[in-house]
Design a protein around this ligand. Structure first.
Ligand code: PMP
Length: 443
């Protein structure tokens, strides 16, 4: 025990000194060190070095869809690494896991999305989509179509293009990223999209990108008819429609891909996270058969875009096995059923607590807005959701808060494997944590 304590202390100090954490409050990390040093995971649970067990109510970063501790994925990774850890996919080189995963994706993706460009994650997938869209228009003889329209409250990652497309302003301000070729339409208004297109000039626009359900921006489910109208506006102006399914893909919303809820097919689709459930770093962009055909017929030279790890054999082998698990265990159906259970639970909490405003979700993506007054939806002066996140973590539940754009929202995305008892426990801890903070702030 003493030995463990010393080891934790040592790691705390090394973390503070040497580990610059992604998306982190740097001062707090320096003052307090890491809050959890995780060592193990099983199903929906994570365990840390100090022996605490918590429910991973976020699937870590919306990505561990099949849950933690899947030995079968470890086995596939080991076998592939032992046989062929890496070989290039540049030019005409290839490998079997990448080929088979690309073929499997074509089988499960909506409509005629049929060819995949692989990346190592979601940000690279987004940058790739913008670059492919621009290149497409060069090939089509319309090189002025360079602009990318995205939505307010969107999150598309942190590569340069993805940062510029991200509608949450603090991410752009952080690095002074205000590329004039990126513009933003209100996340719920197709009228605004039309106005942005008209104001920028339709002939200057390459693509419009949207998350089927906005995650990191505060859990926003589009209004009825929104995406159908988006599809027809994009067709009307000849703009490519890209969906960012980095969170919403691979069963998260109760369908294979989030856009399927709306019955429309994008021209390109970005994915990452759930493709391997985080067991390996993988993402990609799928393009429609039509775009693929145009690329093939109109291209005169080399496709000058490629990451060293595009088509990584081990990552693709893990992806294939992960999709197999999702299908074998009916996890997409479970996401729908447990998603309904989660939303029902949120509504129950809303009835129990005075600081819970709107509750929302689709499948296993859920959100709870915190308000000072349930009747008027008035917000507190300071953000309360982060206090609830801290309280919930102490009580054994990891969730996340979103405070951008004056929001005060809790968000959730537990593993698709979650069962009834685990969901009940998640909701119970959540209600207790909200009650504890409510007692403090409504004193
Ligand atoms: N798009 C969306 C919708 C995301 O939620 C994220 C990550 N949370 C990304 C892109 C970026 O993916 P990555 O962090 O793998 O680069």
């Amino acid at each position: 025990m003493i030995k463990d304590k010393n080891r934790i202390q040592e790691l705390m100090e090394l973390d503070k000194k040497h580990f610059l954490h992604p998306t982190s409050p740097i001062k707090q990390q320096q003052d307090e060190g890491p809050s959890f040093i995780f060592t193990e995971g099983k199903g929906v649970h994570l365990q840390d070095m100090a022996g605490n067990t918590v429910i991973d109510g976020m699937s870590s970063l919306w990505n561990v869809n099949v849950g933690h501790g899947r030995e079968e994925l470890g086995k596939v990774a080991m076998e592939q690494m032992s046989k062929l850890a890496f070989s290039s996919c540049f030019a005409t080189f290839s490998n079997e896991p990448a080929i088979r995963l690309a073929a499997k994706l074509a089988e499960i993706a909506p409509g005629d999305l049929s060819a995949t460009f692989f990346t190592s994650g979601g940000s690279e997938a987004n940058d790739t989509a913008y670059k492919l869209a621009r290149h497409y228009w060069i090939l089509k003889g319309q090189p002025n179509r360079r602009k990318i329209i995205s939505r307010t409250k969107s999150y598309h990652g942190v590569a340069m293009g993805a940062t510029n497309a991200t509608g949450l302003k603090p991410f752009r301000e952080f690095t002074n990223s205000f590329d004039p070729d990126f513009c933003y339409a209100d996340h719920f208004s197709t009228q605004d999209l039309r106005e942005v297109i008209e104001a920028e000039g339709p002939e200057s626009i390459a693509a419009f990108i949207a998350e089927p359900v906005q995650g990191a921006g505060g859990l926003h489910v589009a209004p009825d008819g929104y995406f159908q109208e988006v599809r027809s506006i994009c067709d009307e102006y000849g703009i490519l429609f890209i969906t960012d399914e980095v969170i919403t893909g691979f069963g998260r919303t109760g369908k294979y891909f989030g856009i399927e809820h709306y019955g429309v097919v994008p021209d390109m689709m970005c994915f990452a996270k759930g493709v391997t459930s985080g067991y390996a770093q993988l993402g990609g962009v799928m393009i429609s058969e039509k775009i693929h055909k145009d690329f093939t017929e109109l291209s005169t030279g080399t496709l000058l875009h490629g990451y060293t790890y595009s088509g990584h054999p081990m990552a693709c082998a893990v992806g294939l096995k992960n999709i197999d698990i999702i299908e074998q265990e009916n996890l997409i159906k479970n996401a729908e059923v447990m998603g309904n259970e989660m939303l029902k639970g949120f509504k129950w909490i809303q009835g129990e607590r005075r600081i819970v405003g709107k509750v929302k979700g689709l499948g296993l993506m859920g959100g709870i807005e915190i308000v000072k007054d349930q009747q008027t939806n008035e917000r507190f002066q300071t953000s309360i959701a982060p206090m609830i996140v801290t309280e919930a973590a102490k009580r054994g539940l990891i969730c996340r808060s979103v405070v951008f754009d004056s929001q005060d929202t809790l968000v959730f995305s537990p593993p698709l494997t979650i069962n009834k008892e685990e969901m009940a426990r998640l909701l119970e801890i959540l209600n207790d944590a909200i009650a504890a903070i409510e007692a403090q702030v409504l004193k």
